[in-house]
Design a binder for this molecule. Structure first.
Ligand code: WT7
Length: 657
């Protein structure tokens, strides 16, 4: 590191407000501070600004229909098709030869799809799906890693008006079956395998295992990613992707006209109970919102090359690898593998080679990069970067500053974007061409987003006080319901702070937060039994039910403990059954059960056996205490416990390991 960088770093340490550079502001898509007021005064008509990013086959009547709140309807009676909006119109506008997707495999192979290429293959695959029997409104499950056929399949579904339900490829066979059963999904697009740290991973065996538990007939299409590296055979009702595409070469399908409120996709996410929630997003509101936030927050322009390092299997990938960027006609980069293969230069090499303008990643990744050291990014020309983003969990100021300095070279604004699977797109963040940045605080609510921090009674808290994050007005990207479960939708999100009798509805995202005197919000984390491991949301109840299913385990409690890189890590406390031996074997079984029911992302940091769990006098497990033990925090008073003596016993074990 040079002398100059050293002093910059020292200066950064102390600084807590950063202005966006003039050069950024000058070119920013949004740079007028008046936008906040403009949205407030014109609400809800301000959201026409978002709808204008789309091509509507038929204009909508009203921006918002609140008559059935909290089942809000946006852009009523508008008609459009998402694949037409992401592809056809750009090709018609002369962008046929512009790169839409620049894909890179882990072993180094690359594939570029221009908007013209992508439209052709989406058409061919849509025609294929139609021949296989897919009709409008059929839910198609996509269980695929980061291969170009994943976004192609998503857009092909959108073209037919068949909602997709993407299941993250890292999820287990069980997780796949649960989701296909819940959605009655009769079609599955999957892949033989993919590369991870240079190894060919078998995905098709896991798929087939999952299919055994699907309660209805299914038709499957398999993408051959690995060729000779993994032999696989197809059973009846399973088809090879390439063969089908060849058979449908040159065919096209008219984009199906969809109502703005028609479902574009389902995305399952973890909640407080054991059963994942099927979040429903719509064609008009979601697409308008992801395009608008890609424009205003990510500052994307058609000539940009943009890279979001998330997996398309999560909402981040849906909104900000695929739909938002392609709705704007941008070039989106897609990378199959890990950041440390073949070595720790990989991400910086991708940015340098592709001259990436805007880069969007997660705090957990940034903390890993910090640990690896600045020598890796320092060897690369990252001067193409104009803007950086983070998402998924709170970012600590030290990681923020490292990102700002070593990746952004001290002259790229950073957007710390708070949002959720349910919100469809960004909610709380700075507008990079308008706002100053404060490391650690996401920022104010976006224009039109009425975010408030309230106390238990729903009253706004004073600046500096911690409280609960709420959103007091609806927005176009919001979820519409939980799949076939309107009741759970209302219970989960619209109960705590709403006043149904007066028809006042407040959205509760289940996060704690505080706000400062400038209206900047610092998100503190979940206040429910959901934990955030490396930016991934895991329900502790889901993990618990896997562990108590193990023979020899009587009771279990799962909590999140602090982790330097992952943010939080999974800690399992388990009571063995009488006569069952706690030890390596039982631990192994508990871990297996978690991997089988969820997948490697839920792998516990530690499994702690104890003969009792700390409980209150009324018999409730003291989770807070278990979290503190896992995090190595100072333990508060245990005098309210029925069994305070177990605390030391457990704490000793955790500290030993
Ligand atoms: C939860 C949502 C949004 C896509 C990725 C995660 C946490 C998300 C931030 C941020 C602090 C954040 C919240 C939220 N979260 N972004 N910038 N700062 N916390 O989506 O799986 O639906 O999880 O992630 O706790 O509720 P998700």
């Amino acid at each position: 590191m040079s002398q100059e960088d050293g002093s910059l770093e020292a200066r950064l340490e102390e600084q807590d407000t950063f202005e966006p550079p003039e050069s950024f502001v000058e070119q920013a898509n949004v740079s007028d501070p008046g936008i906040y007021e403009e949205f407030e005064e014109n609400w809800p008509d301000c959201w026409e600004r978002a709808a204008e990013f789309l091509d509507w086959e038929e204009e909508y009547d009203d921006v918002l229909d609140e008559s059935d709140a909290p089942s809000y309807q946006w852009f009523t009676n508008g008609k459009l098709n998402a694949s037409q909006n992401c592809l056809d119109r750009h090709v018609e506008d002369g962008a046929k030869n512009r790169a839409a997707i620049k894909w890179e495999g882990e072993l180094g192979e690359t594939r570029t799809y221009t908007y013209g290429d992508l439209l052709n293959e989406v058409n061919e695959f849509a025609s294929t799906l139609r021949d296989l029997g897919v009709e409008e409104d059929d839910v198609v499950t996509l269980y695929m890693p980061m291969v170009p056929e994943l976004p192609i399949a998503m857009l092909a579904c959108a073209r037919l008006g068949a909602p997709h339900s993407v299941v993250f490829a890292g999820f287990s066979a069980d997780a796949l079956a649960t989701r296909m059963n819940d959605a009655d999904s009769e079609y599955l697009i999957t892949c033989d395998g993919y590369y991870r740290r240079g190894d060919a991973l078998d995905h098709i065996s896991k798929t087939n295992e999952g299919l055994e538990d699907v309660e209805h007939e299914t038709t499957t299409v398999v993408v051959d990613r690995l060729g000779d590296a993994l032999e696989h055979s197809l059973s009846e009702n399973q088809h090879d992707y390439d063969e089908l595409i060849d058979e449908h070469a040159g065919e096209s399908v008219e984009p199906v006209s969809r109502d703005a409120e028609d479902m574009l996709f389902l995305m399952y996410t973890s909640g407080t109970t054991g059963k994942p929630k099927g979040v429903k997003h719509t064609t008009g509101g979601y697409l308008a919102y992801s395009a608008w936030t890609s424009h205003s927050v990510l500052d994307l322009k058609p000539e940009d090359t943009y890279w979001c390092s998330a997996d398309i299997g999560w909402i981040t990938g849906h909104s900000y690898i695929l739909y938002g960027p392609l709705a704007l006609g941008t070039t989106t980069v897609m990378y199959e593998g890990t950041p440390d293969y073949p070595d720790k230069n990989r991400f910086w090499d991708i940015i340098e080679r592709n001259r990436v303008d805007v880069f969007y990643t997660a705090p957990t990744a940034i903390r890993a990069f910090m640990k690896w050291g600045e020598q890796y990014p320092a060897q690369h020309d990252l001067s193409s970067l104009r803007l950086l983003g983070t998402v998924g969990e709170p970012i600590n100021p030290r990681a923020w500053k490292w990102y700002y300095d070593h990746i952004g070279g001290g002259d790229c604004p950073i957007v710390d974007t708070w949002w959720q699977t349910e919100t469809g797109g960004h909610m709380i963040t700075t507008l990079p061409g308008v706002c100053d940045m404060k490391p650690g605080a996401a920022g104010p609510g976006l224009p039109g987003i009425d975010a408030q921090i309230v106390d238990e009674a729903g009253e706004e808290v004073d600046a500096g006080q911690a409280g609960y994050l709420t959103v007091q007005k609806p927005w176009p990207g919001m979820l519409r319901t939980l799949y076939q479960n309107d009741e759970r939708f209302v219970n989960e999100y619209w109960t705590e702070y709403s006043d149904p009798e007066n028809d006042e509805w407040v959205y509760f995202p289940e996060d704690g937060a505080k706000i400062d005197e400038d209206g900047y919000i610092t998100v503190l984390g979940r206040v429910d039994d959901v934990i955030n491991v490396s930016g991934h949301r895991l329900g502790t109840m889901e993990i618990e039910s896997a562990v108590v299913g193990v023979e020899g385990v009587a009771e279990a409690a799962v909590v999140g403990g602090d982790h330097e890189v992952k943010g939080e890590a999974v800690y399992v406390y388990a009571i063995p059954e009488d006569g069952s031996e706690p030890g390596a074997e039982l631990e192994e079984k508990a871990i297996e059960a978690i991997l089988d029911s969820i997948g490697p992302i839920a792998k516990p940091e530690e499994v702690i056996f104890t003969h009792e769990l700390p409980k209150t006098r009324s018999g409730k497990i003291m989770r807070r205490l278990l979290e503190d033990i896992a995090s190595g925090n100072e333990l508060g008073t245990t005098s309210t416990l029925r069994n305070p003596e177990v605390v030391d016993e457990i704490a000793e074990q955790v500290n030993e390991d």
